[in-house]
Structures are given as structure tokens and as C-alpha cells.
Design a binder for this molecule. Sequence first.
Ligand SMILES: [Zn+2]
Length: 308
Amino acid sequence: MLKTYSYLGKDYLDLGVIDKVIFDRESELILDFAAKNPTPKAKSPCIFCGAGTKWFDVIDEVYYQRCNECYSIFACVSDEIADLYKSHQPLIDFHNSKEYQDSAAKRRAGIWDDLLFWLEFRLARYMGNKQKLDVTDVDNHYCGLTERIKKAGFCASYNTAKPADVVLFFDKFRRLSNPAETLSGLHGKLKDNGLLVMNLRVGSGFDVLTLKGCKDILTPYEVICLPSVEGLETILNKEGFEMLEASSTGTLDVRYVLENKERLSEDNLFVHYLVNKADKSTLAEFQRFLQKSGMSSHARVIARKKQV
Ligand SMILES: [Zn+2]
């Protein structure tokens, strides 16, 4: 498997991905749902590799575990609650609102352009001579991104019922209560040798582990499933995929930790020293190290459907 990284020192990130007002409103809706739907304290083997786990954190009565073997993080949430959350109308309405979509279009335009540039390059590498592809885009709620995908040079058809050359699953992995079942469903949408492309947060990343206990990182039920790269590769293999590539694009790990440094636990001595004393260039180098070594929490993954 290829492990790559690309360092994004892009101006568009200065604007910030998050609009504070929008983010707070979204968090309010999410946490309101979580408060009304507590999850019983339940432990299960790792949902990625089957190994034993330890408790990692508890947030709003949602209990998170961390795998002893592959270091993935997940909460044992029933499929029923996960589905209820997915169809929670106030949140769907908010995501469909003009205010939300306009803010996303303004703040994420650069990120989407960069994502599609990367995707186009990778499709050319992995799909050989086939230049026009049938694309299925699953659970993407950003209109601006949808428009970009439809206009992309590689896109022959978008979300038709037929089996796809490429299935895109962006930013929703974190919501999965049963990743094996979801991956099996995505597998069924692909032609043989088709590609699954995902953009996701991983539980082995610097900010996720450093900001343990921070609701902005582990937000029930928005974030209940954060595989490590190793855990993801294991479950992809089990579900009939070969993982071709895990790219780390993370630009935001250090920034998230800096923005939330008052929430760092007292005994996290090294990180306290890092965020309070290191100069800008050291922090940038540290971020670059996280990306190069695959220890950022932001990953882009490409997997190929194995031929039966
Ligand atoms: Zn595991």
C-alpha cells in the first residue's frame, strides 16, 4: 500500500474552515439529540479488527472505546440510534439551509478544489485509460461539492442507479455504527475493480488523541467511528477491498490543538510546552512531521474492489 502525504500551506485555510456561529448552532442541534438519546454503557470487541478494547472517553453518556491492537476509536452505538441520528430532521434542515450551504461554499471552496484536483490525478493513475467514469457519491450534503463533482472532467454520470466505477464517501465515516455493513453496501455499488474513495478522520491522529475529552473532536453521535489507518485496512480487506493508498493531507491538527489549548489535560506536559513555547516555524515543522509520518487525523483513502 502506498502511503503519501502532501503539505498544504494554502491561503484559503487562513479564512478557517469553520464559521463559529454556524458551528455553534450545529453543535447545539447535535448535542440536543445526544442528550435525548443516551446510549447504555456497552462494550464490544473492536469493530475493525475484533481485538479487545479499553475505555477511552465518555462524552454526554456516550462511551468511547479504543482498540488494544489497531488503536481505532469507536462508540458502541446501536444501529437504531445511528439511523435515527442520520435522519434527525432539524439537523438535515439546518444542513440544507441557505445559510449553512453559503458558509460552506465560501469556506470550503479551496478545500474542495484541492480534493478534486487530487482525485483527478489519482483516478488517472488507478483507472488507466478509462477517462470518463460513472460516479456514485454517497451521503454528501454539500451542494457546492456536488456541483464541482458533476462538472469534473472525469465524471461521465453522477448518482445513477447503475454500478459505479468510483464511489465517493466523503466525511461520513465518522458517523458509522457498523462500518462493516456500510462498506459491504458501498462494495455492492461498485463495478469489479472499481474504486472506493474516502475522506475521513482517523483515531490515531495527533489532535484526536491530544484533545481527548473535547466535544468538538468527539461529538456524539456525529463522531462515533474513528479507525486508525491499520484498522481501516483490516476492515477494508475483510469487506472485499484492497487498500491502495492512504494519503495524509492534514493541515489542521496543530491548529485545532492551538485553538483548544485551554482544554488540554494538565498532565499533557509535552504538548503544553509545544503549544506555549514553540515558534511558528517549529509548529509548522511539527505539522509537516505529522503529515509525513501518517500521524495526522485527516486521511484520504483509496481502495479497489477486489475481483471475485
Ligand atoms: Zn482494532
